[in-house]
Structures are given as C-alpha cells and as structure tokens.
Design a protein around this ligand. Structure first.
Ligand code: NAP
Ligand code: F7E
Length: 372
C-alpha cells in the first residue's frame, strides 16, 4: 500500500513538478546557430532536455551565438552539434535516424526577405523543400508516432494583408520568394499532419528581435547604429522604407511558445504576436530616446531625413537600395488562440525590448573598440 502510494506520488506529482520528466527528452534543432536557435537551445537545456543542434559547413565561425553552451558545466553531455544542411535530404535522414529525437524544431531558413529576391532558387530549396526533407525523413523512418515536429512559419505569409489583425484564419498573400517558400512549408506541414497523422505544428510568428538578431535586419541595424552614435560616431544611418509597420516582440518570449505547441495534446497552428504595431520610423525614435537623443523628421520620399533636435545633425537618410520589389507594409497579429489554448502571452514590451537591444549593443561596441 505504502509502495503504491509512493509510486503514484512520484509519477504524478514529483516528476511533473521537478521537470525531471524532460530529462529523458531529446530535441533536434535545425537552424541551431541562428537567433531563435540560440534562445531555444537555452530554454530546452534549462528544462532538462538533451539538445542536438545542426550547423552548416561554413568557411568562417558560425557558432558564436551558441558556443557558451559547450562550456556551461550544467549542460555537460546534454548539448551536441552536428553538421547538416536542410537541402541535403540524406544528411537530414541520417541525423534523425541517429539521434531519434522526440521533438524536432525546424528553424533553419534563408530568413532575409530582401535577400530572397536575389536568391529565389536557394531560398525555395531551403525554406520550402528543406521542410519536406525533414517530413519525408520522419515518414521514411516510420517515426510518425514517435516524434513531434515544429515548423517556423511567418507573418510574412500574410504579405498584402487581407484582414486586420491577422489570425490563424486570415487568408495568405505572400509578397516575396521567402514568403512563398514559407507558405509551401506551412501547407506541407499541415498536409503531413492530416495525411499521415504526424504531430506537426506551425507557429506563425510575427517579427521577433533580440541582441542576437542578425545585423542586417532593421531593428538590429538601428540599435547597433544608435550604440555607435552614443559612443561618439559621426556616421549617418541609411535605411529603406521607413513607413512599414511591424508587430515586434522579443525572441526569448517567442521560443517558449514553440515549445508549448509541442507539449499540447493536439497538434495545431498558432499566431504568436504582441498585438501592437509600430513603424520603422517610430522604432528609430524609440532607439534614440534610449540614449537621450530626441529626433525630428524633415522632407519627403527619398529626401526624408532624421535630425538630432539639439545639434540638428543628420542621423538618418534614405537609400533606395534597401527598398524591396514588393513590400509588406503592415503587420499586426492576434495571438488570442495561443493565449487561450497554450496560456502563452508576451512578457516584454517594445520599449523594454529596445532598451535591452540598445544597452547590449553599447556593451558590445565598447568591447569591440577596447580590443581594436
Ligand atoms: P536566423 O537567425 O536567420 O537563423 C536561421 C538559421 O538557419 C541559421 O542557423 C542558419 O545557419 C540556418 N540555415 C540557413 N540555411 C540553412 C540550410 N540550408 N540548412 C541548414 N541550416 C540553414 O533566423 P531566426 O530569426 O533565428 O528565425 C528562425 C526561423 O524562424 C527561420 O526559419 C525564420 O525564417 C523564421 N521566422 C523568423 C522570424 C523572426 O522575426 N525572427 C519570424 C517568423 C519566422 P547560419 O547561422 O549558418 O546562417
Ligand atoms: O524588415 C524595412 C523593410 O528585414 C522590416 C525576418 O525575420 O521578419 C523578418 O522579415 C521592415 C521591412 O524584417 C531597412 O523594408 C527599412 O518593411 O527587419 P526586416 P522583415 O522583412 O519583416 C519576418 C517575420 C520573417 O519571417 C523574416 O525571416 O523594415 N526596412 N529599412 C529595412 N529592412 C532592412 N532589413 N534594412 C533596412 O535598411
């Protein structure tokens, strides 16, 4: 009787409370070296997972965001990195066969919208067919009932928006090779769920940023510039479309939503967003406010400039090189379903996010100038 009681206490109370159950979970992450990969790895390691990340062969270092997990004593023997490329279907298959993960997160992508106009074929190979390579590997290995799959879908699929705000039911209208490729992945994920019963979820994530954001995305480009300005630079920042509006959240908050989707008892698709939209121009203002600089704007079109209200020095100019052949002008997400079903909501405001990014870039800039 006592033994039975202890067994129930252990299985139903102690294991769930301690998170001990996750010690036995193994996750495989494609796109481990990117912004979201780094936050997701940390999140899963903290939960007790064994994490296998996939990195591409590169002629220069591409593990800067995740190197610290190797050295961390708490993650010893629970974090592994493998070479792989989503376009190499055999390599994908062999990785899944060798690792036998319970959860697979597909974060790998050529993720730059503007670049996708220059590299449409490569973008489609990775962002569309790469996803199919994972799903086909799961099927060929007969893992349909053993593995859960997360696909990184995107608000870019709404493109020329058909409804405000955008929900899981809003019709898609992609506006770039990136978005078209991601739409293929979104639908093939749904199709493999319905056709083969694989536990597949797509997170339709709106823009999310952090100090680990790639430096060619607009928020990080701005915060890096503002940090340099704070430390005395005389440069001018060149931007493209200032009037585009985005629903910007914090990447660290968003990786939790990815995990929550795979813990739910039913596979489904979810919008993940803050419910607030802000223009690129307003993001510039917010970032400069963080270093105590008030900005005012003058001129129109290509002649629009931002100036420092105390020195009247020009801070920002327009460069049409950054315009896109077809632009996504407005995004605003409604994450009520994720809130209701998964209990997810964003924890970080845009003001806090800007603060985190600017302060981090100031520290980074200080380190760079000290070492040079
Ligand atoms: P990211 O920083 O650009 O990371 C992309 C990752 O994919 C990197 O690890 C990259 O490797 C890897 N990769 C690229 N091509 C690959 C290939 N052929 N095979 C294997 N790996 C490859 O992107 P992120 O911001 O973390 O976003 C993660 C995912 O969410 C992406 O799929 C993105 O499209 C999607 N998404 C992002 C947002 C956002 O606002 N951040 C919103 C919605 C959806 P390298 O490090 O070697 O380049
Ligand atoms: O552009 C405008 C640009 O490149 C945001 C990716 O993670 O989020 C990201 O895609 C807006 C656009 O992000 C510059 O025209 C102005 O309207 O930072 P971005 P994105 O295109 O929204 C989605 C959700 C993803 O899925 C993608 O993977 O800012 N903009 N001036 C500029 N953009 C850039 N990059 N550089 C500029 O100078």
């Amino acid at each position: 009787m006592f033994i039975q009681l202890f067994f129930y206490l252990f299985v139903f109370i102690l294991i769930p409370i301690s998170g001990f159950a996750n010690d036995y979970k193994t996750a495989l992450i494609f796109g481990a070296t990117g912004q979201d990969g780094a936050y997701l790895i940390e999140f899963l390691l903290e939960k007790g997972y064994t994490v296998h990340g996939v990195k591409r062969k590169s002629s220069s270092f591409n593990t800067g965001r995740i190197d610290r997990f190797y050295e961390h004593p708490a993650y010893k023997n629970r974090f592994f990195i493998h070479y792989g490329d989503l376009t190499d279907s055999l390599a994908v298959l062999h990785l899944i066969q060798k690792i036998q993960p319970q959860e697979i997160y597909n974060l790998a992508a050529q993720s730059h919208v503007k670049v996708s106009f220059d590299l449409p074929g490569y973008t489609a190979q990775t962002d569309a067919l790469g996803t199919l390579n994972i799903l086909e590997a799961i099927r060929s290995l007969n893992q349909q009932n053993c593995v859960k799959f997360y696909q990184a879908s995107t608000s870019e699929m709404y493109g020329l928006v058909q409804q405000i705000p955008q929900t899981e039911d809003t019709p898609f209208y992609p506006r770039s090779p990136y978005a078209v490729s991601k739409l293929f992945s979104h639908w093939i994920t749904k199709n493999y769920r319905e056709a083969y019963g694989i536990f597949c979820c797509s997170g339709i994530l709106f823009n999310h940023e952090s100090p680990l954001r790639g430096e060619t995305f607009v928020t990080r480009k701005i915060t890096r510039f503002v940090a340099k300005k704070f430390l005395g630079s005389d440069d001018v920042l060149y931007l493209g479309n200032l009037h585009a509006k985005r629903d910007w959240g914090y990447a660290k908050d968003y990786v939790e939503a990815m995990w929550l989707m795979l813990q739910h008892d039913q596979a489904d698709d979810y919008v993940i967003a803050t419910g607030q939209t802000t223009s690129v121009k307003d993001f510039v203002d917010l970032a400069f406010q963080e270093i105590g600089v008030q900005v005012y704007w003058e001129g129109q079109g290509l002649d629009e400039v931002a100036k420092d209200s105390s020195t009247h020095q020009v801070l920002v100019r327009i460069d049409p090189r950054y315009f896109r052949p077809t632009e996504v002008e407005f995004l605003l997400g409604d994450a009520s379903k994720a809130n209701k079903v998964l209990g997810w909501k964003p924890k970080t405001t845009l003001k806090q996010l800007v603060q985190i990014m600017v302060q981090n870039d100031i520290e980074l800039e200080r380190k760079v100038s000290k070492s040079s």
